[in-house]
Design a protein around this ligand. Structure first.
Ligand code: ZN
Length: 79
């Protein structure tokens, strides 16, 4: 993908282990979603990947309805 806004910007992305979270927490992240594509909440997602970028913990998955990427960003009080 060629995105002119991010061209030349090196974003540091630190992989984290989503599956190290406890089962109930994983379930909440997989069900409590906001999909920008569907403009709807709580559609659910799968294929979660967790990483840290610019100091933000992000969990990325795929919307169960439209299969577009869904991002959940965690603020400080979440972890
Ligand atoms: Zn969607």
């Amino acid at each position: 993908m060629n995105d002119p806004q991010s061209a030349g910007v090196e974003l540091e992305r630190i992989e984290r282990d989503f599956f190290a979270r406890d089962a109930q927490e994983q379930q909440e992240f997989l069900t409590q979603t906001w999909c920008n594509h569907c403009q709807a909440a709580d559609l659910g997602m799968d294929e979660p990947v967790e990483y840290e970028c610019r100091g933000l913990i992000t969990i990325e998955g795929r919307c169960l309805r439209c299969r577009q990427p869904v991002y959940t960003e965690l603020t400080d009080e979440s972890f």
